[in-house]
Design a protein around this ligand. Structure first.
Ligand code: TMO
Length: 322
């Protein structure tokens, strides 16, 4: 009994010290001086973006930061970042979101935080078996779509006798594709339907193949389809100002686009460590394709996909934190 008192006092001192240290520790992330306030990361409605949200959240957490996730509209998010409700955006796709991004950038409050290595394309295309079956000779040249014998192979029960193109959710590209179909004089032969979700696009690929009918859908790269035999249609080249929203005639395809990052202007002040890491973050076409494939091919949850990607790619992301 006599000998245990110093031990007990020692234990109390150690525990008190730990409590004190941990109390201090949750006010600021250790090395960087980052605030313990959560970094707010948006999630949208396509797989790579959601997986990458958790990948980046995991990287920030590995640095001692707190994160929270918020499901956000993929156009309105730039205004939310500008006013500070959301901290970052990690997939600013030029074709779909360039206009909303630039509008917020010009108003102030949002910073352009640089580009990923990956370049992007967001446009209409078809699985290669459509060409192999001879359903529209002349593709990928868009002028093949002017042939009524092509369009008839893409008719569906809901398409009013015209060939159907399945566009993504309207929140991505607005009326861009219907406008383009009309501008190029294809409106008598083709109609555009909007899908309710990305999954509806992948379901259409499977259904069309099973039914042996042609299909043209909206798709993008980087994506899980990069290695799977998907071809984008060659529309007349994109030029600055060619779109109706920019005053053009709409007779153009989508750009060879950037994939940017953006942050709220206070982020480098509130979280200098995480902001520096985010500035360095750059993912390639194959990194992003793999993030999507873990969900859309391997059927993992977005969170599990992110954990696996982080575990398999430490040599890619650890350098961003240094
Ligand atoms: C924004 N997206 C990648 C679906 O085109």
């Amino acid at each position: 009994m006599k000998n245990k008192l110093p031990l007990l006092i020692g234990a109390i001192v150690v525990i008190a010290g730990l409590v004190f240290f941990m109390g201090g520790g949750d006010k600021t992330a250790k090395k960087s001086g980052d605030s313990s306030q959560p970094i707010v990361i948006p999630t949208h409605n396509w797989s790579s973006q959601i997986v990458m949200a958790y990948v980046i959240g995991g990287i920030f957490e590995s640095m001692g930061n707190n994160v929270s996730y918020v499901n956000a509209d993929s156009q309105a998010v730039y205004e939310s970042i500008r006013i500070g409700d959301v901290t970052i955006s990690h997939e600013v796709w030029e074709s779909a979101f360039g206009k909303s991004f630039t509008t917020a950038l010009d108003k102030g409050g949002l910073l352009d935080w640089g580009d990923h290595e990956a370049r992007t394309l967001e446009d209409m295309g078809y699985p290669n078996w459509v060409a192999d079956k001879g359903l529209c000779p002349g593709l990928p040249d868009w002028t093949a779509l002017k042939n009524p014998d092509c369009a008839k192979n893409f008719v569906t029960p809901d398409s009013g006798g015209k060939g159907r193109m399945l566009e993504g959710p309207q929140t991505w590209h607005g009326d861009l594709i219907p406008q383009r179909v009309d501008a190029l004089g294809l409106g008598d032969l083709w109609m555009v339907k909007f899908a309710g979700s990305a999954d509806a696009l992948w379901a259409e690929l499977a259904a069309a193949e099973k039914e042996g009918r042609g299909t043209i859908i909206f798709n993008w790269t980087p994506n899980f389809t990069d290695g799977a035999g998907f071809t984008f249609i060659d529309f007349p080249p994109y030029t600055a100002g060619c779109r109706p929203e920019d005053g053009g005639d709409g007779k153009c395809g989508s750009p060879d686009g950037y994939l940017k990052k953006a942050v709220h202007e206070d982020f480098p002040k509130t979280h200098p460590g995480a902001a520096a890491a985010f500035k360095k973050m750059s993912f390639t076409t194959s990194h992003i394709g793999a993030m999507a494939a873990l969900v859309d091919i391997d059927k993992m949850t977005h969170e599990d996909a992110a954990k696996k990607w982080l575990a398999d790619n430490e040599s890619v992301w650890k350098p961003f934190t240094k």
